[in-house]
Design a protein around this ligand. Structure first.
Ligand SMILES: C[S@@+](CC[C@H](N)C(=O)[O-])C[C@H]1O[C@@H](n2cnc3c(N)ncnc32)[C@H](O)[C@@H]1O
Ligand code: SF4
Length: 342
């Protein structure tokens, strides 16, 4: 992909019908994973045939097209992004946009299992911050939640990331009856290590073989319980994401809440999501999508891709409409989180 040539076409920046500038692209580079978290995947997941995947070069070309159209922040996710073969080649090629200054930030959301191997390389390529998903500090519980994961491997990965100078934010999904008793301890642990901590509410995406009602724990309850133990002061801190932050007076650290169900975060949405097959989702909570693989493969230039992206953005909805209650036990969407990467 000749980015300079593409840039010389001065593609039009992306603004959706509600006036929101689209400056953040999340890319699910694989739907595969070395874990099988109970809220994310069924144990016997069927993954995409490898032949359906975009090559790393094609992913680079699409990401670069979005950057040419004004995207300033890129997050690699999955599935587990760091298990995609050759992933560091993609990070290396994308890092050229950091070097030229057209991209502000390249980040990764990971389960941490491969960080011991890749942390130094990520830091060397200009990645400054990463999110690591970790729902418990108890090894047995960790195994129950992730089915296939090893806590020590993840803790080792987090330590390697911090040694490499990466800022680490810990993301934990709040699960009823599973880790709700541990959230306060995890906040203390993360803050004592100098890491931000964010709690995420379970979203009803994909059939995972367990009832959503069994897993769903409203963050309003989590927050109320944390407030019994800590002093939570609202702060304005924003990372461009949907989290609302408080400062925990006792630890001095930042605590975020991502509450798609109990709080609507759509009005300031600046993001779209690209899957590893080149499908663009304009909203995490809606089924509508645009195929970018066909226009990408139809010609070597990027005009068709730009036109397809422009058309897709005209369809970005105002917001989503997740519901988990007794009348809505089915997933709100058939798609799993590992398709779009959260
Ligand atoms: C799909 S994972 C992909 C990246 C990487 N494998 C990881 O776990 O960080 C991204 C995030 O989505 C969260 N997630 C997965 N399924 C979810 C669900 N149904 N509701 C809320 N969060 C979910 C995970 O906990 C993780 O923080
Ligand atoms: S949450 Fe992340 S680590 Fe867990 S199964 Fe989903 S993709 Fe894998």
């Amino acid at each position: 992909m000749d980015f300079d040539r593409a840039a010389s076409l001065t593609p039009i920046p992306l603004v959706d019908p509600f006036g929101r500038a689209i400056t953040y692209l999340r890319v699910s580079v694989t739907d595969r994973c070395d874990f099988r978290c109970v809220y994310c995947m069924a144990e016997n997941m069927t993954f995409l045939p490898k032949a359906d995947l975009l090559t790393l070069e094609e992913l680079d070309r699409l990401c670069s097209a979005f950057i040419a159209k004004g995207v300033r922040k890129l997050r690699l996710t999955g599935g587990e992004p760091l298990v995609r073969r050759g992933i560091m080649n993609l990070v290396t090629s994308l890092s050229r946009h950091l070097a030229t200054g057209v991209l502000d930030e390249l980040t990764v959301t990971t389960n941490g299992s491969q960080l011991a191997k890749y942390a130094d390389m990520l830091a060397g390529l200009g990645v400054k911050r990463i999110n690591v998903s970790l729902d418990t500090l108890d090894p047995d519980r960790f195994r129950t939640i992730t089915r296939w994961g090893e806590l020590d491997q993840v803790l080792g990965g987090i330590a390697a990331a911090r040694r490499a100078g990466l800022a680490v934010k810990i993301n934990a999904v709040a699960l009823k009856g599973v880790n709700e008793d541990e959230i306060a301890t995890m906040v203390e642990w993360a803050h004592s290590e100098g890491m931000d901590f964010t709690v995420i509410e379970v979203m009803p995406l994909g059939d995972v073989g367990e009832g959503r009602l069994d897993q769903y724990l409203p963050l309003s309850m989590v927050r109320a319980r944390l407030a019994e133990r800590f002093t939570l002061d609202d702060i304005d801190y924003r990372t461009g994401g949907p989290a609302r932050y408080v400062r925990v007076a006792e630890t001095g650290g930042r605590l975020g809440f991502i509450t798609p169900l109990t709080h609507n975060f759509c009005e300031s949405c600046n993001r779209v999501r690209l899957t590893c097959t080149g499908t663009l989702y304009m909203c995490l909570g809606q089924a509508d999508a645009a195929d970018l693989r066909a226009p990408l493969r139809a010609s070597e230039g990027n005009d068709l891709v730009y036109a397809a992206i422009d058309e897709a953005i005209t369809r970005k909805p105002k917001g989503h409409d997740f519901i988990i209650d007794r009348r809505h036990k089915q997933p709100a969407l058939a798609r799993h989180m590992s398709v779009t990467g959260g």
